[in-house]
Design a protein around this ligand. Sequence first.
Ligand SMILES: Cc1cc2nc3c(=O)[nH]c(=O)nc-3n(C[C@H](O)[C@H](O)[C@H](O)COP(=O)(O)OP(=O)(O)OC[C@H]3O[C@@H](n4cnc5c(N)ncnc54)[C@H](O)[C@@H]3O)c2cc1C
Length: 226
Amino acid sequence: MRIPDAVRATTDACDALPPVFFGPRRPVRGWGRATGSLSTVTQPAGDSAWRDQLASAGPRGLIARGGGCSYGDAAQNAGGIVALTGAVAPAGRFRVEDGTVVADAGVTLGALVRALAPQGWTLPVLPGTARVTVGGAIAADVHGKNHMQYGTFGSQVQEVSVLTPGLGPMTMGPRTNPDAFWATVGGLGLTGVIRQAMIDNMSRILTAENTQTWHDPTPENGQVTL
Ligand SMILES: Cc1cc2nc3c(=O)[nH]c(=O)nc-3n(C[C@H](O)[C@H](O)[C@H](O)COP(=O)(O)OP(=O)(O)OC[C@H]3O[C@@H](n4cnc5c(N)ncnc54)[C@H](O)[C@@H]3O)c2cc1C
């Protein structure tokens, strides 16, 4: 569909994070700025708001939208609800433990990397933009530049909490509800709304905070930083 110029400032995201316009019949597009559509744009706050929204979505249903970095129309829902998970205000919660991070689905990978790096960790799989959210990375099962070694983002996920339209909240992972889990990984939001995820297999990185410098007495080596 053609979107009139007057409403071009719309729910595009990813590279610009413009103000988002909530309400009915809002134009929504992907990163490619093509094939826009009109939807009711919402940003439910908290579990009960998400449950209510999903239950009352109507015949066109609801699709979750993270950073809006999909090239095409994956995060659109013409005539239905497009519910933002929080990338526009990336203040979601996350917790980092040794090699594992538990994060709200709306947290951007950039926010996670910024929080992880000072502790000497980074995510095992990173796509080409940091504005992707955890939910979007799982729903599209994104790949990084180390795909041959690590596989996709979804293969690093241990557990997700999903609000499904039919069965309510579900916890799933490679060992718990594996069929539902693997339908959600790469499922483009069609099994429900990912609310939280536990990501494992984080990689150690060297940062100013966790590097050590010492002097090697052999003249050919001198100072070594690791
Ligand atoms: C500059 C650029 C570089 C990129 N580089 C790569 C790359 O290297 N590798 C790669 O694989 N991809 C890459 N992509 C694509 C991008 O990683 C994917 O499109 C990703 O899904 C976008 O995440 P998002 O949070 O923006 O999700 P959105 O675009 O908002 O949504 C994408 C899909 O995920 C679903 N979704 C989002 N959040 C949730 C949720 N909480 N629960 C359920 N479903 C949800 C949506 O319904 C939709 O189907 C790139 C994109 C751009 C713009």
